[in-house]
Design a protein around this ligand. Structure first.
Ligand code: FAD
Ligand code: DLZ
Ligand code: SF4
Length: 523
């Protein structure tokens, strides 16, 4: 018998955050099922650091509760802290410290979080608990953050297109040997068709809330009543199994037209041929690379054309990976960028949907009911208006982060500040995504039933996007007229008669002065 018996080390605590719901998570791979303890906690700090849409909170809590059940079925020891648990201290740190004490943890092992804000919190856990903390890379992405930094190093231009080609080569997706399938990397030129409302447009599957979800809905109704958005009807997939069904449904019905109508908008069809998979992918319920492989298989089986499969795969291995890379490369400075010096308050109608502008009413209305709008609605309707009106990018960012069920800062912020608001001065987009009513009219059916006339530039019944568009260019001519991609549009502006330019400026001033800000941000 040994003279000194050494005590077995205590279990490691494995905190899993609300967007880390993946069985293959790096912290789980590093853990010992028979010894270590998983911690999941619903905390008020996370539910309120922006005033998230009610459906988003319900989704996160329900998906977390279902994931905890799944882990238990697989033999994990899970401590799950509900929002209304008496001892819940309301923050990640309070719960990590409390449960670590209770289980006499020997250390903490966590997968790196998706937000810079949370990294700062986790970095203090060692001091807060007196325990060693291991932060493991999040390997659910195709491009690690060090690899992105290496890609970016020394490049004059960080355009997504070149990054995307590397991701195609790395994954082998849609490759024909060393060449891109079909001889072209990008089929975007084929993906700009307007759509017509018809009976054959697929509807996303709706999942009936089970007992766990119904309990969460009651909780959210009671505790977050004054948050933006409609809680009911709640139809999101909250388990891996249901997210899989949603993917299958998309592969069977939406994918084949995804490319053609990717940029189209219809008042009666909020989802068109989009997949609505970002909510499940960003929470970890679906693996992005697996989703892309399934899309490639559908293409190779003749179930979808190349422009659809390529367009979809580019959004995931291109844009999704790229914006994450930019986020980690540029934070924390990125959050404060405001290259156009925009400082107007966000208009109240972003929270109420009450505006006569039909396109905005439709996009915000569906955001309120479903915590979802597709990319072109986010970019060319709500984003475009905020850009033209010179809204403070920080307020625009907080709105997008709050209202969409798929929103986490790493993906939302570069899309909003960079792609949509040009706040990064052109790091992400080579020119601002600014457009007049003409673009919206071409890509949607919103204008036909709008009280404004999309063909008119000025006057009380003229589409507000028109005067605002030209006024935006005029206001930022010093900065933007040098951009070769904008030379032609500035040449057009300069050809406007002086009287017309003055009318545009006056109308823009009137429209802007009529925008009413919202104080309390409740919906
Ligand atoms: P689909 O059109 O079916 O596209 C397929 C998938 O590609 C999506 O599920 C998503 O995972 C990915 N994807 C597509 N475009 C992008 C993109 N630009 N960046 C990253 N991934 C992309 N996406 C988010 O996931 N979370 C956000 O918070 C978010 N905020 C945005 C804010 C603004 C201002 C803009 C312009 C875009 C934002 N996007 C965001 C990107 C895009 O609008 C959504 O990913 C998309 O609308 C999700 O719907 P879907 O699943 O039906 O996508
Ligand atoms: C978005 C969200 C919400 C609303 N609530 C929680 C929560 O109570 N507990 C939790 O672990 N995660 C939540 N999340 C997701 C986190 O905000 C997200 O994991 C971090 O911001 C890191 O991306
Ligand atoms: Fe929007 Fe202008 Fe068209 Fe009305 S006319 S829907 S405001 S683009």
């Amino acid at each position: 018998m040994p003279a000194h018996r050494t005590a077995a080390p205590g279990p490691a605590l494995i905190p899993i955050l609300g967007d880390q719901l993946s069985l293959g998570l790096s912290s789980l791979k590093a853990a010992d099922k028979s010894r270590d303890v998983v911690l999941m906690a619903e905390v008020m700090d996370e539910a309120t650091y922006v005033r998230h849409h009610k459906k988003k909170i319900a989704f996160v809590f329900s998906a977390m509760r279902h994931f905890a059940e799944e882990l238990r079925r697989q033999g994990w020891r899970v401590r799950y802290v509900r929002l209304d648990d008496e001892k819940n201290g309301g923050s990640f740190t309070s719960e990590v410290a409390r449960i670590a004490r209770e289980i006499k943890a020997s250390g903490i092992v966590v997968t790196e979080p998706g937000e810079w804000r949370v990294v700062q919190i986790i970095q203090d856990w060692g001091r807060d608990t007196g325990l060693p903390v291991r932060i493991l890379p999040d390997d659910r992405f195709i491009c690690s953050t060090p690899d992105f930094t290496a890609w970016a190093r020394g490049r004059r231009s960080l355009r997504m297109e070149f990054f995307y080609r590397e991701m195609r080569r790395k994954t082998g997706l849609l490759m024909d040997g060393n060449e891109p399938e079909g001889g072209q990397w990008n089929f975007d030129a084929e993906n700009r068709k307007p759509a017509k409302a018809d009976l054959f447009i697929p509807k996303p599957p709706r999942f009936e809330p089970d007992r766990i979800t119904r309990e969460v809905l009651d909780l959210v109704e009671a505790r977050f009543r004054d948050h933006f958005g409609d809680l009911q009807p709640f139809w999101f997939a909250v388990t891996r199994e249901d997210a899989e069904k949603q993917l299958e449904h998309f592969l069977d019905t939406g994918l084949r037209h995804f490319g053609d109508y990717q940029d189209a908008m219809l008042a009666s069809e909020p989802f068109l041929y989009h997949s609505i998979l970002s909510i499940a992918i960003n929470a970890g319920l679906l693996d992005p690379l697996d989703v892309c492989r399934r899309v490639e298989d559908a293409y190779r089986a003749g179930l979808a054309p190349l422009n659809a499969a390529e367009g979809f795969i580019r959004q995931i291995i291109g844009w999704r990976e790229y914006v994450r890379g930019i986020y980690w490369l540029k934070m924390p400075e990125y959050a404060g960028l405001n290259s156009l010096g925009a400082d107007r308050s966000l208009p109240a109608f972003y929270w109420t949907g009450e505006t006569d502008m039909n396109c905005l009413r439709a996009a915000i209305g569906q955001t309120k009911s479903d915590a979802y709008a597709h990319h072109i609605q986010r970019l060319m309707v709500t984003g475009n208006f905020a850009l033209l009106a010179g809204i403070d990018p920080r307020q625009v960012h907080e709105w997008y982060l709050a209202v969409y069920a798929d929103a986490y800062e790493w993906v939302e912020m570069p899309n909003t500040l960079g792609m949509s608001q040009f706040a990064d001065g052109g790091l992400l987009a080579s020119k601002p995504y600014a457009a007049s009513g003409n673009y919206i009219n071409k890509m949607s059916d919103y204008c036909g039933s709008c009280r404004y006339n999309v063909k008119k530039r000025t006057g009380a019944d003229a589409c507000p996007f028109n005067a605002l568009y030209w006024d935006f260019l005029d206001r930022h001519a010093d900065r933007l007229a040098r951009n070769p991609r904008m030379a032609q549009i500035f040449a057009t502006w300069r050809r406007f008669p002086e009287k017309e330019q003055t009318a545009v400026r006056n109308d823009a001033r009137r429209i802007l002065s009529e925008l009413k800000p919202w104080g309390a941000k409740a919906g």
